[in-house]
Ligand binder design. Sequence first.
Ligand code: ADP
Ligand code: MG
Length: 240
Amino acid sequence: MSESSAQVSSRSATQSVICTNVTQRYNDDEGLFSSGGHTVTALDDISLGVDSGEVVGIAGPSGSGKSTLLHVLAGLATPTEGTVKIRGTELAALSRRRRTAFRRANVGMVFQRFHLLPALTARENVALPLVQEGVSRGRRRERAAELLEAVGLGDRRDHRPGSLSGGEQQRVAIGRALAADPAVVIADEPTGELDRATGDRVLNLLTEISDDHAVVIASHDTQTLDRTDRVVWLRDGKRE
Ligand code: ADP
Ligand code: MG
């Protein structure tokens, strides 16, 4: 074995998230997502590994498979073919229940439209993942306050999402994604709803946290992609 392939294999063993030969097909019998055929191949033989310390962009036109890839990497969807490992654990080997718990502990998600619970304060939203983790109320409050401080919202912690700007809501969502200190943070078009300056601030946060987390950002915005360490381009579910 050459030195470089030895390096590749020892490196992939420790990668925070790695997918190998992943194909995802959807049955689309009602023709909602395709005109003629009944099967949509949303991902076609994709392999990708992301380490802690890296920010990887997933790029490509609308419908190219970006969101599907993020769902598969996050363990939200099980691919038709191929494997996904997070911190060395193969997701398909876990029961559905253990996979949910594993995902909660190891994956933080950030969405384009923030997905905060409107009835909860910023602090309660950030603390929410820790409720299911069985963390004590006192510790949850402390951790949420720390995270809101870290995302620059220490003075907004008792505000509900409705009284926060889009950029502030996205920073709360990043705080929530980090609450359980996951290996991987996955963001689907995180700046899609934000103006340039606000989006930039959100990207600053996502790149700062990559020191301790693997960060994967899907976007079709070049300004966002420019901030990542490398970009994986998709077209019709294939890597370009
Ligand atoms: P992107 O995020 O790049 O816009 P998606 O991953 O959302 O792309 O979609 C990839 C392809 O899979 C598209 O052709 C889309 O129409 C199709 N698709 C996505 N979700 C479903 C689904 N639940 N059922 C059928 N087809 C789907
Ligand atoms: Mg998408």
